[in-house]
Design a protein around this ligand. Structure first.
Ligand SMILES: C[S@@+](CC[C@H](N)C(=O)[O-])C[C@H]1O[C@@H](n2cnc3c(N)ncnc32)[C@H](O)[C@@H]1O
Ligand SMILES: [Zn+2]
Length: 271
């Protein structure tokens, strides 16, 4: 919790009983699950921003069945290589229900792991399950972390602002992003959109950062059970885009061969 700062006045927070308090006496109570909500009510554009409970439960069930474990494994390996012997501070930005942060922490025990998401539901799930990670409800566009504080930011399928990334990552630090590759979930997109729109593949330019490595991770899933395909649909925007007729057709298939295609990019901040 020591890395988070007050969202109002940006000063540091200290733990007093079960509250985080800044020098200007702004006070944030720790929830019973252990997370802290640093998203002031008047900053919210909607009452309950971010992914909802249904999406979150579907994502947790899908991830826990191990279908994206090759991605988690690859990320843990990259992070191990970057920060071999140091106690790095890593922020999982838009961490959802915490699967990747927890997996990486498990493989890199020395890491000081932080998770942030605008969805209170996600953070509640995350902090209830993973006790050695500091979780906060907050916006990726106003990160409650001091300048030059983080060694690594991990961003998996989540929004962010360049200026905030440039501000919070220290010199020599890293940004690791995961975005869908051209063939990611191709077979589902084929059913939903009829013509398959390709995801853009070029790496993004980010001022102050150099692209160090670009890794393409591809494999196929052979799914044999209906709950897994239902979860995959419900954890993505496909869940609300698919027509009832297409959903029926998809569910009746009985087995599903689906491509996974992830683009992992590793950027290093100039020294
Ligand atoms: C597609 S999910 C990915 C979650 C997680 N990284 C994973 O791969 O399992 C995107 C996440 O970004 C969060 N999110 C959306 N807008 C956000 C914002 N402005 N600030 C922080 N998180 C945000 C959502 O609540 C959701 O958990
Ligand atoms: Zn304050």
């Amino acid at each position: 919790m020591k890395n988070f700062i007050c969202p109002h006045c940006k000063s540091s927070l200290r733990l007093q009983n079960r509250s985080l308090i800044c020098e200007n006496r702004h006070c944030f109570d720790l929830a019973k699950e252990g997370y802290v909500n640093l998203l002031p009510v008047n900053w919210k554009k909607t009452k309950d921003p971010g992914d909802n409970s249904k999406m979150m439960m579907a994502r947790r069930a899908f991830l826990e069945s191990g279908h994206y474990e090759p991605l988690a494994d690859k990320l843990a390996e990259i992070i191990k290589k970057i920060h071999e012997n140091e106690r790095a501070t890593l922020l999982d930005l838009g961490c959802g229900e915490g699967y990747y942060a927890a997996y990486i922490k498990e493989q890199n025990r020395a890491i000081n792991m932080l998770g942030l998401d605008i969805s209170k539901t996600a953070i509640r799930y995350a902090s209830k399950k993973y006790k050695d990670i500091s979780f906060s409800v907050a916006s990726a566009f106003q990160i409650p972390i001091s300048d030059n504080e983080l060694d690594i930011v991990l961003r998996i399928y989540a929004p962010s602002s360049d200026s905030e990334l440039q501000r919070v990552i220290k010199k020599g630090g890293y940004l690791i992003t995961v975005t869908p590759g051209e063939r990611h979930l191709y077979q589902l997109r084929d059913i939903i959109y009829r013509e398959v729109r390709k995801h853009r593949e070029e790496a993004k330019e980010l001022k102050l950062f150099q692209l160090e490595e670009k890794i393409k991770l591809t494999y196929s899933l052979d799914i044999q059970d209906l709950p897994t395909i239902q979860n995959l649909l419900e954890m993505t925007p496909f869940g609300w885009k698919i027509s009832e007729e297409d959903k029926d057709g998809l569910y009746k298939m009985g087995q599903w061969h689906i491509d996974c295609d992830f683009n992992i990019e590793v950027y290093k901040r100039d020294d």
